[in-house]
Design a protein around this ligand. Structure first.
Ligand SMILES: N=c1c2ncn([C@@H]3O[C@H](COP(=O)(O)OP(=O)(O)OP(=O)(O)O)[C@@H](O)[C@H]3O)c2ncn1[C@@H]1O[C@H](COP(=O)(O)O)[C@@H](O)[C@H]1O
Length: 105
């Protein structure tokens, strides 16, 4: 759906064949799920700090780090960014209140 996300997803898929010493992404796969989740937590925190500091350029930078590590998580779990984009697209047809009601059992 989005060209940059699709291209990056392909690189992340290709890195599954790479060795950890030659690739940061391959090193994350090798370290495993907990390391990827820890990076997401760190990048989320850094994004929050950037926003609290009101630093727009830093917000962009940290959000890119956060999105990147979320994309690594998706790849590690056998998912593709299109899966998330499709979910967001589905929500376009609903108001926020309708989406909330859909989640309430
Ligand atoms: N978009 C990114 C990208 N964004 C962020 N990062 C890395 O994510 C890490 C962010 O962690 P931190 O901010 O904590 O910085 P750090 O202290 O260096 O991190 P650590 O070494 O402690 O984990 C840094 O090492 C960044 O280099 C990325 N590494 C790779 N990519 C993309 O992934 C592709 C494949 O990368 P390799 O697998 O390294 O070839 C690249 O061509 C890029 O397109």
């Amino acid at each position: 759906m989005n060209n940059t996300l699709t291209q990056l997803a392909q690189v992340l898929e290709d890195r599954k064949q790479q060795t950890a010493d030659k690739s940061y992404v391959a090193s994350l796969y090798a370290k495993g799920l907990d390391t990827i989740l820890k990076k997401i937590g760190e990048e989320a925190t850094e994004t929050v700090i950037a926003a609290k500091n009101g630093d727009k350029q830093q917000i962009i930078y940290e959000t890119a780090d956060l999105w990147f590590h979320c994309l690594v998580l998706l790849a590690a779990q056998g998912l593709h960014p299109d899966d998330v984009l499709a979910e967001l697209q589905r929500r376009f047809g609903l108001s926020g209140l309708e989406e909330k009601a859909r989640r309430t059992p």
